[in-house]
Design a protein around this ligand. Structure first.
Ligand code: GAR
Length: 210
């Protein structure tokens, strides 16, 4: 087996996805080598503390200096992929450009439906029978990069946004490690700005309902 894919995980809050990503490292042959948070108080940093994963926090002020320090940490740890797991800041264009096709994000909706915030409430307000989460590459447009994978749940029985979010989060915890694993195994690859899965062009996201 090849050496594990080195990843940096960016968080802003609870970090339950980070916890799941760490728990599944050996199953999917990747390694979390850096955790980044824009909030020093983020509860999710505890997931990095216990296994002694280096972490880096910063005040987001859009200054070049901060970005430069962050890029320095990323290259110091030799990160090959940046994983946004509940990272609630929009990355500036110089950053997304510097890591083209190297940043993925999990978003709690079936993109292209509901980019942005309040996705669970919007699905309920719309009377949607199904809801879900999407893992996608990050580009300069909000939640609009190439989709890799999705998980789909029923909304039935969920009467508010919180219960729907809780139901979905359990699925996110499987979907995200699985998807990072596809990249770690070189099953998902970029060729001439097009995404391939197992050598076939990926036109629709992979559905993973576990
Ligand atoms: C997750 O539901 C994730 O999909 C969402 O934030 C939550 C973070 O939970 N991300 C976004 O809304 C990004 N726009 P966690 O901190 O427990 O992993």
């Amino acid at each position: 087996m090849s050496s594990p894919l080195k990843i940096a995980v960016f968080i802003s809050g609870t970090g339950s996805n980070l916890g799941s990503i760490i728990r599944n490292q050996s199953k999917y042959n990747y390694q979390v080598v850096l955790v980044v948070s824009n909030k020093e108080s983020a509860k999710g940093l505890d997931f990095a503390r216990e296994p002694n994963i280096p972490f880096y926090t910063f005040q987001w002020n859009k200054e070049d200096k901060e970005l430069w320090h962050l890029q320095e940490q990323i290259s110091l740890q030799q990160c090959e992929l940046i994983v946004l797991a509940g990272f609630m800041k929009i990355l500036p264009e110089p950053f997304t450009k510097a890591y083209k096709n190297k940043i993925i994000n999990i978003h709690p909706s079936l993109l292209p439906k509901y980019p942005g915030l309040h996705t669970h409430q919007r699905a309920l307000d719309n009377g949607d029978e199904f809801h879900g989460a999407t893992v996608h590459y990050v580009n300069e447009e909000l939640d609009a990069g190439q989709r890799i994978s999705q998980t789909i749940i029923e909304t039935k029985g969920c009467n508010d946004a919180d219960s729907l979010a809780t139901r979905l989060l359990v699925r996110e915890h499987s979907l995200f490690p699985y998807t990072i694993g596809l990249i770690a195994a070189n099953r998902v690859t970029w060729q001439n700005d097009e995404l391939y899965l197992d050598g076939e062009k990926l036109t629709e996201p992979v559905i993973f309902n576990e």
